[in-house]
Design a binder for this molecule. Structure first.
Ligand code: ADP
Ligand code: ASP
Ligand code: MG
Length: 324
């Protein structure tokens, strides 16, 4: 029987209605003859709310306890997803990182997955159950709970797909694929049917949160081809796969740090470095009156530093100058 890994992000599991909707998606995959490992994130902005609760007590860093705290978000959604499935007659079991176990190193807050045990998941699948794994969490050599970095459920999904040789690794989110820029910021952004591992990795590193950078690196290493799509029926999708050798431009993204007054806007694509593209981007910002604080040309990337308050304007201007 073929296996699907289906990962659902925070907005896809945010409330009871959404949970019933994703159980329907999982049920359809089962009805089409596939075993399913579902991977879920914490509901909505639950992770941020847990961080706020901790900050109400102390803003100091407590890496071990913070991981124990944050992993609770995914524990809730895994149990609720299994309950939603069972309530509609689909046998399911939720598993936390330590129950799999999904072994990681001990870097609290940014752990790396080392090994995923097959025994428990295989036993549950062979009993005909959907396995609902809590994303974003592992267990280290001390049996302490670790988390994998913000947005890390994507990484859990690809690691499970690689470990079990899944036929498909479907990343359901709140957009119907990867676009040339964040479609919430840039209305002219275009959907991309495929993106190479290299370009997706560069976009993720430069701030495109749609896929976690560790997930993209692992996908490339293991040959998993994640598909990014929305939960809407018939959604378009983007497949992340080996490069077809194109030398064009793929997309543009931005990274902002709350403590900095500047932001980095990064263009990504095989055509870079390119003086003519750099010139077009600089001219577009000059025409919009956006001051440029610095430029950094790299292999497959071009980064322009601008005032943080102007980063959205810069992103869209550069996008429209070189990507449409
Ligand atoms: P999830 O909770 O499902 O993991 P995320 O919020 O982590 O979802 O990632 C999805 C978001 O990524 C989208 O809502 C979108 O705003 C943002 N995003 C940033 N860059 C891009 C891009 N190039 N294409 C699509 N979405 C992007
Ligand atoms: N819940 C975690 C976060 O908000 C992990 C994830 O969503 O992938 O970062
Ligand atoms: Mg995410």
């Amino acid at each position: 029987m073929s296996l699907y890994v289906q990962k659902f992000g925070g907005s896809s599991v945010a409330d009871a209605e959404k949970l019933m909707h994703i159980s329907h998606i999982i049920r359809n995959a089962r009805a089409a003859g596939h075993d399913v490992i579902a991977v879920v994130s914490a509901q909505g902005d639950a992770t941020n709310r847990l961080i706020e609760k901790k900050n109400e007590i102390s803003t100091a860093s407590f890496p071990r306890e913070q991981d124990a705290l944050l992993a609770a978000g995914e524990q809730i959604s895994a149990a609720l997803t299994a309950i939603a499935l069972e309530s509609t007659g689909v046998p399911a079991v939720s598993l936390l990182g330590w129950q799999v176990p999904l072994r990681s190193d001990g870097t609290h807050g940014d752990a790396r997955i080392l090994k995923i045990s097959h025994t428990r998941i295989e036993r549950e699948l062979s009993r005909g159950r959907v396995v609902v794994c809590a994303g974003f969490q592992g267990v280290d050599g001390e049996n302490d709970v670790t988390t994998l970095g913000r947005g890390g459920s994507d990484y859990s999904a690809v690691a499970l797909a690689a470990a079990f040789g899944a036929e498909r690794c479907l990343i359901y989110t709140d957009v119907d694929g990867v676009y040339t820029a964040d479609p919430r910021l840039c209305p002219t952004a275009r959907p991309l049917p495929t993106v190479s591992y290299e370009d997706m990795y560069a976009l993720s590193r430069a701030g495109a949160q749609v896929l976690h950078d560790k997930c993209v690196a692992l996908a490339q290493e293991s040959g998993v081809e994640p598909e990014v799509l929305s939960c809407a029926p018939g959604s378009a999708s983007t497949r992340i796969a080996a490069s077809s050798g194109s030398r064009g431009l793929t997309g543009v993204t931005r990274r902002e740090n709350p403590q900095d007054d500047y932001a980095a806007v990064t263009l990504v694509g095989g055509a870079l470095p390119s003086l003519s593209i750099e010139k077009k981007a600089v001219l577009a910002l000059n025409a919009a009156g956006v001051p440029i604080r610095g430029v950094d040309a790299g292999e497959r990337t071009l980064t322009l530093y601008v005032d943080r308050s102007a980063s959205r304007e810069a992103l869209c201007r550069i996008h429209d100058a070189v990507l449409i």
